[in-house]
Ligand binder design. Structure first.
Ligand code: UDP
Ligand code: MG
Length: 340
């Protein structure tokens, strides 16, 4: 019998977490496997931690780790994978958008020898703007990226132990999981399920956050945008050269006519646009080098119910002390947002 770890990043999910856990356990009790659930509280500001402590008190299969602030879903997934001890790991959202009933099917495919089983959602119930934007994005990504990323294939997937170990062995601090999962390779299979709306609470991905995530994805897997900048620059240089030849020829043949004010302005605007864009691209990469070179940890742990031997070093001293709530009349200080 296989032992599986379910990894669940949670950020302000107090409204759904109990329902999620109930649905998950009833789906898995029917499956032919033993399991543990690794919840990672990504610095929630609501009662998510209280819910997790309650769950852990009643269900010994529940393990949890809580971050000192919101570090982002990528860090939470990483922490969950590091906690996991199963022969296979299933990554799931807490909001019931990843139906737990599908886990037994994933396990079945895993038994047939697949190291990665992806559950792809279709775009049912998604607004026309968002779905056409994401389709356009995936087309762009397919053109520019060195790894294959499939539309709708999100983070709902099963990874075998060796696939998890491979992902964990990648050292970068700017993590774009979809790219990493594809980069490690192994036999991969996917199936499609109908998209479901989140059960309660609200999505944490506003337009701006999605845009930043998209840029991260494009830039973290290749240096083609840099190459593109060079190509554009070369083409512009060549056309400018041709244009200059034409002007000289024109002057020689027809003499000087009106000064080319419009031409000048157009050339300046066009060129400075290109230069700014190119600088931006280069700056992005330099920023990434700077970020990677700091080698900061991906997250800081505030609280966990892990046995001391398994705890990350920073958590050992503060372990299991419940998060302090501000006394009545005081307000908690604002929380930092994830660096992205
Ligand atoms: N999440 C997280 N940290 C964040 C944002 C989201 O751990 O900073 C978790 C969230 O609790 C949920 C999952 O990531 O379990 C997916 O988030 P959400 O449902 O908001 O995204 P969407 O389904 O809208 O893409
Ligand atoms: Mg969701």
């Amino acid at each position: 019998m296989v032992h599986i770890s379910i990894v669940v990043p949670c950020f302000n999910e107090s409204e759904v977490i109990a329902a999620f856990h109930a649905a998950l356990t009833s789906a898995l009790d029917r499956a032919d496997a033993t399991f543990e659930v690794c919840y990672v509280d990504d610095g929630s500001g609501d009662a998510t931690m209280d819910r997790l402590r309650e769950l852990a008190a009643t269900d010994p299969r529940v393990r949890y780790t809580s971050f000192s602030r919101n570090f982002g879903k990528e860090s939470a997934m990483l922490a969950g994978m590091r906690m996991s001890r199963g022969d296979a790991v299933v990554l799931m959202d807490a909001d019931l958008q990843h139906p737990p009933e599908l886990v037994p099917r994933m396990l079945e495919l895993h038994r047939h020898g697949y190291d990665q089983v992806i559950a792809r959602r279709d775009r049912t119930g998604e607004g026309p703007v968002r779905s056409s934007l994401s389709r356009a994005y995936y087309r762009l990504v397919r053109r520019f990226m060195d790894v294959e990323i499939v539309d709708g294939a999100g983070d709902f997937r099963l990874l075998s132990r060796r696939a998890v170990d491979a992902v964990l062995s990648l050292p970068e601090s700017n993590r774009f999981s979809k790219g990493l999962f594809s980069w490690i390779g192994f036999d991969t299979v996917s199936f499609t399920y109908q998209n479901v709306e989140r059960a309660a609470g609200e999505s944490k991905w506003g337009g701006r956050r999605l845009l930043n995530y998209g840029i991260d994805g494009l830039l973290s897997f290749n240096s083609r945008p840099l190459r593109l900048a060079i190509h554009t620059g070369l083409w512009l240089f060549l056309s400018a050269f041709a244009y200059a030849l034409w002007i000289v020829a024109n002057v020689v043949l027809n003499g000087v006519d009106t000064p080319g004010y419009a031409t000048l302005i157009t050339a300046i605007v066009a060129l400075s646009g290109i230069q700014l864009a190119t600088l931006g691209v280069i700056g992005e990469y330099v920023g990434r080098i700077y970020h990677e070179s700091k080698r900061r940890p991906h997250y800081v742990v505030r609280e966990t119910n892990e046995p001391p031997a398994l705890r990350p070093a920073a958590a050992a001293r503060t372990a299991s002390r419940p998060a302090s709530r501000p006394p009545a009349g005081l307000e908690a200080a604002g929380r930092a947002r994830p660096e992205s």
